[in-house]
Design a protein around this ligand. Structure first.
Ligand code: GLN
Length: 199
């Protein structure tokens, strides 16, 4: 049996993540039910809408088993709304989003502001090698606080003129991006996640 990577398939960029995981050498498994979650070695949480995903996690009875798996050390990769679910907290607080605390970061939702709902940028990501990584941001969050155990992987200059904002990070076997690597042909983020997950 190969290494099976689940893709939380409630909402958002599910097919694109499954495709990228396959291209990076994993067997993607779509996760919609607790039995499917129990069967996977690692999990990708796609982008979408964190409030809607929070509701769907409850309806599908995945919310608590997901918390248990994350507490048990399951490797996870969250993009955009997935990052919000894996974070410790959102600021300002919002009860409509569940935050599992798998990575010690606090994040601001829709942080780039309404004028720039979506944009693309080439990011410098030393962890991925010398070539820049194209990043697609869609109503993206950014990280407002990162704990001491968190490694910053990429930042962008902020629209508020303050210090650069963290938009990709890892802690242990948890990887998060505020943008959508699955919407580009670049599979290096998925490859990085697989190497973290297998380690
Ligand atoms: N703004 C969305 C949220 O708060 C995230 C957007 C995305 O995943 N592209 O959940």
């Amino acid at each position: 049996m190969g290494f099976s990577v689940g893709v939380l398939a409630l909402q958002g960029g599910v097919a694109e993540h499954a495709e990228a995981a396959r291209a990076a050498g994993a067997e993607p498994v779509l996760v919609r039910r607790p039995e499917e979650l129990a069967s996977v070695d690692a999990l990708i949480l796609p982008g979408g809408e964190s409030t809607a995903m929070t509701k769907l996690l409850a309806v599908t009875e995945l919310a608590e088993p997901l918390g248990e798996r994350l507490k048990g050390g399951m490797p996870a990769f969250g993009s955009c709304a997935g990052l919000i679910l894996l974070a410790e907290a959102v600021d300002p607080p919002d009860e409509r989003t569940r935050n599992y605390g798998a990575i010690d970061i606090t994040v601001r939702r829709n942080a780039f502001g309404r004028q720039v709902d979506s944009f693309e940028e080439d990011l410098d990501v030393p962890e991925l090698g010398p070539d820049p990584a194209r990043a697609v941001f869609i109503r993206a969050p950014w990280v407002v606080r990162a704990g001491p155990g968190v490694q910053t992987l990429a930042t962008v200059a902020s629209s508020d003129g303050a210090e650069p904002k963290i938009v990709a990070a890892r802690q242990g076997n948890i990887l998060v991006t505020a943008f959508h690597p699955e919407l580009t042909a670049d599979i290096r983020w998925h490859a990085l996640f697989l190497s973290m997950a297998r380690a």
